[in-house]
Design a protein around this ligand. Structure first.
Ligand code: MG
Length: 189
């Protein structure tokens, strides 16, 4: 008797990162484009922000399990809406990106909230002002056959979280300028 194949539910952080990177790319989003939003946002508050730190932050966030689940689900909802796979009123509500829908923003807030209130505030800024790739996704989503209802919020949230991580790393470095502070390596920002 052939044994039933066990479903794979758990992925390593490296696998989750690769799967997220691949899926985002398939949906037209690069890590660099997300990092660019973080760079622009943090440059307003901090001097000497580097693109490398922004990219590293986006990559780190893309390897987190919660983020993995959100990215994978958000992209699938959009894809299913594009293929008119939903039944009932929700098909048109998602496909047409109804402004009063809000569940896409809820998902974005959840992801940005992994980096606290500042993460969520940064997400609010990106959501309202629609920087870079978020703006491009939003506009492209209005074209026939394309749905970016969930993707634009997830991408904005990753940028907001990364932007907040950049601020945390920068502040940690500043705190170490105090000569009495002993450098420990057990904390992973
Ligand atoms: Mg949206």
């Amino acid at each position: 008797m052939s044994e039933k194949k066990k479903p794979k539910l758990l992925y390593t952080r490296a696998e989750m990162f690769e799967l997220n990177k691949k899926l985002l790319l398939k949906r037209g989003v690069t890590i660099e484009a997300i990092a660019e939003i973080s760079f622009k946002q943090q440059s307003k508050y901090t001097d000497n922000v580097t693109r490398e730190l922004c990219i590293e932050s986006v990559e780190k966030i893309l390897s987190l399990r919660d983020v993995f689940h959100h990215v994978q689900l958000a992209c699938e909802i959009d894809r299913l809406a594009e293929q008119k796979m939903f039944q009932g009123p929700i098909q048109d509500i998602i496909y047409e990106d109804l402004g009063m829908f809000g569940i896409d923003e809820t998902m974005g807030l959840e992801v940005a909230g992994l980096y606290g209130t500042i993460g969520q505030t940064n997400f609010g800024d990106i959501d309202v002002n629609k920087h870079g790739i978020v703006k491009r996704l939003n506009e492209a989503g209005k074209e026939d056959g394309i749905c970016h209802t969930f993707l634009d919020d997830i991408v904005g949230a990753i940028a907001a979280a990364a932007s907040t991580r950049v601020a945390q790393v920068t502040n940690e470095e500043l705190a170490h300028e105090d000569e009495h502070v002993q450098r420990l390596s057990i904390f992973d920002l």
